[in-house]
Design a protein around this ligand. Structure first.
Ligand code: SF4
Length: 347
């Protein structure tokens, strides 16, 4: 457990107070104030305990830049953390429905070839407080601009959430606690590129968070060319972990397939994918590739996207083609990166 007090679960906060001889009854107003910023006047009896806390109370993130998309709904926020590291968070809006896409690491160690974050390399994990602070920042912006609340939280920003399992789960448990910000746990999606130990732990986590797995290839050979960690956790292990998740949680697994022209968009690829997913409880999301500087691939023609989708539909699989949002400002899937800004600030 590191960082500020807003990165601590309610039960842990209560335990800390009790250990220091403070009544547990003060945990509720303290947690509410940390997460929602209300009822500070009720913190009077805690003043001495708060003053003795050797660290930040609430994690501060500074907005360095904001890039609104021409679609009028998507906003990308560049946020600076206390050590100067930077991450991006994205607000995705649809009529009556707002989502926050949050980062869990600075950079990423997974190295997916088409992903701008992977092209940055890995710097460090985020603390729970830093993840919570991103959600708070986006929530405040949605309230201010649209008078609305965030409905969905998606852990699909920079980084592999299950590589930073403990801090990501801590953050989500805090964010979904009804005594604090109270996001619905059924509205949380954790995305992974196939971190098998993390999927197995997520299956056993007390909360039911949705799982999204990026596949992009239906054989080890094809997938390994796009996703290096497939060598460590090959498809057989990954699909077994997904089945286990469904058995334990009773939830479908969302399968993300980035369609790259001439790489994984043929009828044969679709047939192999349908075969791989046979008998599983899944929903497939097709994502035409979003461009990045470090990868030369392109999205397929629309006809190919539709043909790919039709093969999966014919096989009885539920399929959605993901609505593309924020591509013009580098806020789409696989486009998040702070490398350029860092280079610019170094000049
Ligand atoms: S796609 Fe996800 S897991 Fe892969 S490099 Fe990018 S951020 Fe990391």
């Amino acid at each position: 457990m590191g960082g500020a007090l807003d990165g601590i679960r309610f039960e842990e906060l209560s335990e800390m107070l009790a250990r220091d001889g403070v009544s547990r009854s003060h945990a509720l107003p303290l947690f509410r104030w940390l997460q929602r910023g209300v009822e500070k006047d009720m913190l009077g009896p805690l003043k001495r305990w708060i003053d003795s806390w050797d660290g930040e109370l609430r994690t501060q993130v500074e907005q360095v830049a904001e890039t609104p998309s021409g679609d009028g709904w998507t906003n990308k926020f560049l946020l600076r953390l206390s050590d100067g590291a930077e991450v991006e968070s994205v607000l995705m809006g649809f009529p009556g429905r707002f989502s926050a896409c949050l980062s869990t690491q600075v950079g990423c160690a997974m190295g997916c070839v088409f992903c701008a974050t992977g092209q940055m390399g890995f710097s460090r994990h985020l603390t729970a407080g830093e993840i919570v602070a991103q959600a708070r920042h986006v929530a405040v912006e949605v309230e201010r601009r649209h008078g609305e609340k965030i409905r969905n939280l998606v852990m699909m920003g920079m980084g592999e959430p299950l590589h930073n399992f403990d801090e990501t789960m801590r953050a989500l448990d805090i964010l979904t606690d009804t005594r604090g910000m109270g996001f619905g746990s059924t509205k949380v999606t954790v995305s992974t590129v196939g971190h098998v130990p993390g999927i197995l732990k997520l299956a056993r986590h007390p909360q039911k968070y949705s799982l999204a797995v990026s596949l992009h290839g239906a054989t080890d050979e094809e997938r390994g060319k796009l996703i290096p960690v497939n060598k460590r956790w090959p498809l057989a292990e990954l699909m077994a972990a997904c089945r286990e998740y469904t058995e334990i949680k009773g939830l479908e697994v969302f399968i993300a397939w980035t369609l790259i022209g001439g790489v994984n968009d043929d009828r044969e690829h679709a047939l192999r994918l349908a075969d791989l997913l046979k008998g599983m409880t899944v929903h497939v999301n097709l994502i035409p590739l979003n461009p990045t500087e470090g990868y030369g691939g392109e999205a397929p023609e629309w006809e190919k996207v539709e043909a790919f989708q039709q093969v999966l539909l014919d096989a009885g699989l539920p399929v959605t083609v993901r609505q593309r949002r924020g591509i013009d400002v580098g806020a789409g899937c696989g486009q998040l990166s702070t490398a350029k800004k860092r280079r610019a600030s170094e000049v």
